[in-house]
Design a binder for this molecule. Structure first.
Ligand SMILES: O=C(O)Cc1cc(O)ccc1O
Ligand SMILES: [Fe+2]
Length: 426
């Protein structure tokens, strides 16, 4: 088994066409074609399609994998016990209230499993996957570790993903996770769209998450026999299925293509903020977006609230009070969230559903209304994030059953807000 201290290599760039060969087998990539009659080193060629064959070039995604045995060599899939995983969107009565979970957060918010939807999962684990891998037939996983690092072996190679980094494992990619103690995090699952970098509009050609800071693993293979003992798990139509095979699926000696897993360090985000007056909308903090077919409307945005300077004059600097036609699921990787110093804990979560009013707690409002407006560091040492979706989210039965974790007093953080209205004083 690989130790986490081993130095891993990556290739850089978002959505690039990459080529990679395990250095133990130079020349493993066929030259000038994808399907030679016989592949170098006697490998099998296998295409992994991440888009319809006929998608326009900018959205066309596929990779060619050259592997010791093809993925098709497995026994039939059988249903697997799936614990609290569910895609039943109507298990519990809808509830438009502001919801906040204390760590460990129990909120789980799936949406329909058509080709347009999302789910939010919370994971907690302390045991590595041994001779087991998973692939998601339904959609893509954006994984946000909050505690403990993840050493993720994929068909494309290995990635070490630590808190304050994120990774994306796209539809169909097999992966296995090694952990090093108590480990926790969040997963945004998106069906029907892959993540893209947001358009920058008038910002120009650079900024926010820069393409070169996305890292892609390099080819790594093991030729390991596990007679009857390797379990491949597929998440398919919201359920889990397991198939046995006799060998490790991480047998890809070389690959090329633009459909890969990748990771990104949130500290690399080039932050833009208001430098005159007013609070800019949080879309300025979008790291990745999964677009819907409606222009400007995301199935899901991954948004962060990174450390930055706050310099706006004559401005209430924290988030404004608002009601949003989008659903806002928030998590906290470390530190405090600027709009709520208390109650929102690292590893916790909050859900402000479509049109549910929310904003800074009373304490934050009082402080920020009186604060001397000097340049100051905001969110230093912290990292909060938001999964924002144009789709409605529902909490699952499990989320509700574990509601001893739910903060039943969340609404009270706004109760002390009092009227400052005085018709005689402008
Ligand atoms: O609700 C939140 O805390 C997230 C958020 C932050 C912000 O700066 C503006 C709008 C918004 O929804
Ligand atoms: Fe909000």
């Amino acid at each position: 088994m690989q130790s986490s201290t081993e130095l891993l290599h990556y290739m850089s760039g978002f959505g690039n066409e990459h080529v990679s060969e395990d250095p133990r087998c130079p020349g493993a990539l066929p030259e000038g074609q994808n399907n030679p009659q016989v592949c170098p080193y006697g490998l099998y060629a296998e295409q992994l399609s991440g888009s319809a064959f006929t998608c326009p070039r900018p959205t066309n995604k596929r990779s060619w994998l050259y592997r010791i045995l093809p993925s098709v060599c497995h026994k039939p899939f059988k249903p697997l016990e799936e614990g609290h995983l569910t895609h039943n969107w109507d298990e519990v009565e809808p509830d438009p209230n502001q919801e906040r979970g204390l760590a460990p957060a129990p909120l789980l918010a799936p949406n329909g499993l058509g080709r347009n939807g999302i789910a939010v999962h919370i994971f907690v684990c302390n045991t590595s996957m041994i001779n087991r891998c998973l692939y998601n037939s339904d959609g893509d996983f954006l994984i946000v570790p909050q505690q403990g690092k993840l050493l993720i072996t994929t068909e494309f190679g290995k990635m070490l993903v630590e808190p304050n980094e994120i990774c994306v494992i796209q539809q169909g990619m097999r992966f296995s996770v090694e952990v090093f103690g108590e480990t926790r995090g969040y997963i945004l699952e998106v069906y029907g769209a892959h993540f893209e970098l947001p358009d920058l509009g008038p910002i120009g050609a650079n900024g926010l998450a820069n393409p070169r800071d996305f890292l892609v693993p390099v080819a790594w293979y093991e030729d390991r026999q596990v007679p009857g003992g390797y379990t491949v798990i597929s998440k398919y139509q919201g359920k889990l299925f397991a198939a046995q095979q006799d060998f490790s699926p991480f047998n890809v000696v070389a690959w090329h293509g633009n459909y890969t897993p990748y990771k990104y360090h949130l500290e690399k985000f080039m932050v833009i903020n208001s430098v005159a007056f007013d609070h800019a909308d949080p879309s300025i903090f979008t790291v990745l977006t999964a677009k819907s077919t409606r222009p400007g409307v995301a199935v899901a945005d991954f948004v962060i609230f990174p450390p930055r300077w706050g310099v706006a004059n004559n401005t209430f600097r924290p988030p404004y009070y608002h009601r949003n036609c989008m659903s806002e699921f928030m998590g906290l990787i470390k530190g405090h969230y600027e709009a709520k110093e208390e109650g929102f804990q690292p590893g916790g979560a909050s859900l402000h559903s479509m049109m549910t009013p929310h904003g800074p707690d009373a304490d934050c409002f009082e402080k920020a209304s009186k604060a001397k407006l000097e340049p100051e560091r905001v969110a230093e040492g912290t990292m909060a994030f938001m999964f924002e979706s144009s789709l409605s989210l529902a909490v699952t039965k499990w989320g509700l059953q574990t509601s001893n974790h739910l903060d039943k007093n969340y609404y009270k953080c706004w109760e002390p807000l009092k009227s400052h209205f005085n018709p005689n004083c402008k």
